[in-house]
Each structure stands twice: as C-alpha cells, then as structure tokens.
Design a protein around this ligand. Structure first.
Ligand SMILES: [Zn+2]
Length: 228
C-alpha cells in the first residue's frame, strides 16, 4: 500500500519518467510479483485485500502474477484504480516499479515468530496473552518461548511454503530475486553489495544453486564465473 502511494508521488515528481507514467493520472492500484514468491500472498488474498488478475511474463521473461488492490482500499488511500486504455499501457503494471516481490519478501523477513525453544512449537499472535500468563513457558514442554524476528535461513521453512517449490534458503531467494532483476550475466563480486552477502560466500551459494538445484546458470568459460 505504501509502495503504491510512493509510486504515485514518484510519478507526480517526475522521478519515474517515460511516456507510460502520466502525471495527471498516476495509476498504481495493481502490482506484480514473481510467481515463485506467490505463496507469500496467501493471507492477503484470503482476506480480500488483493486479488489476482492475470499471469504474464515481465520484461525479463520471468513469469509473474498481476494483482490488484481491493477497490475500497484504493479509494481510502487515494490510490487511483485501473490504468489507461490502449496497447501502450498493456505492460504498465509489469513495469519494474510495480514489481513488489522484494518488498513483500522484506516484510516477510520482518515477521515476528513466537516459538518454543524446546519443542519448536509455533504460537500465533493471539496466544500471547496466555503465554504472558505462563511467563512465556511452553504449555507442551515447559521450555522457554521466545519471540524473534526471523532473519535467518529458517524463515522459509518456518513459513511452511508449499512443497512444490524447491527448498531454498532466504539467502538463495534474495540472490534469485536480485538475479531476476538483471538481464546479463554478472560476477558475484559485482552484486554482493546488493544482496548483502560477501562475494566469496555468494559465489559458493551460486555454485550450489547451479549444480544442485538448477536455479542459476553460470558462464563457465570466464574467470571468475558469472551468474544469471
Ligand atoms: Zn515446547
């Protein structure tokens, strides 16, 4: 929601230039995300905050799902719903500013998880009152229960993503998303800063993703290898 508003202000300020962005009608009611991250949107979909409109390929030939934000929500937040008619605007919501994949993953990584250190039981937010009553002791195994912001590799597993997705760690996902934004091969050291992983480790992860999971391609005839 805030991103959609931010895009409006970028259009108004002329920061997003290009003939598609119309200052008089800064539409931003829709957005797209990479299909591989689609599972993260389940709860938003269930609560009718957003609904899926169509599946397309974006400029980088990646499969994406386009979503629209609930009409009422848009009205409330002064987000202009819809987009211009016509051929030129067919790609409007699959333009890069409307790729919300990263933002959504960022928010996921900031989700607080309440988890028992002993048996690993995960508690929902509404169990907090009860836990406060027991001094944050797990009712199952009596060990300590802690609330953590998930920043580590286990986030993907904890959220129990659909099993059809390859099991990937949060670092791998971050790397994939970064590579998805690019159209050319790139050396690990060139995008290490963008993903906040040191280039040595980054190279290792990419190698693993290529050899074990087939998620990354590496150019083998250059040194150091480049990834896409
Ligand atoms: Zn426990």
């Amino acid at each position: 929601m805030n991103t959609s508003k931010e895009i409006i202000s970028q259009i108004l300020k002329g920061e997003l230039s290009g003939k598609l962005y119309d200052k008089t009608k800064p539409h931003s009611s829709h957005f797209h995300i990479l299909q591989e991250a689609d599972n993260y949107l389940e709860s938003l979909k269930l609560n009718h905050f957003i609904s899926k409109c169509e599946e397309r390929s974006n400029r980088d030939q990646k499969k994406v799902n386009i979503y629209c934000i609930n009409y009422g929500l848009c009205e409330k937040n002064n987000i202009l719903w819809g987009k211009h008619e016509g051929r030129d605007y067919r790609t409007y919501f699959i333009e890069r500013p409307f790729n919300y994949t990263k933002i959504i993953l960022q928010q996921i990584s900031e989700i607080k998880i309440i988890k028992c250190k002993g048996c690993g039981r995960i508690f929902s937010e509404n169990k907090k009152v009860g836990l406060e009553f027991t001094g944050y002791k797990c009712p199952t195994c009596h060990e300590d229960v802690e609330e953590t912001t998930k920043q580590d590799d286990s986030v993907v597993n904890d959220l129990r993503i659909d099993c059809e997705l390859p099991q990937i760690s949060k670092d791998e996902l971050t790397i994939l998303l970064e590579l998805n934004n690019r159209t050319d091969f790139i050396q690990a050291k060139e995008f290490a800063g963008d993903v906040d992983i040191n280039s040595h480790r980054l190279g290792k992860i990419c190698k693993k993703m290529d050899e074990d999971k087939g998620l990354v391609s590496r150019k083998m005839y250059v040194t150091p290898y480049e990834n896409i």
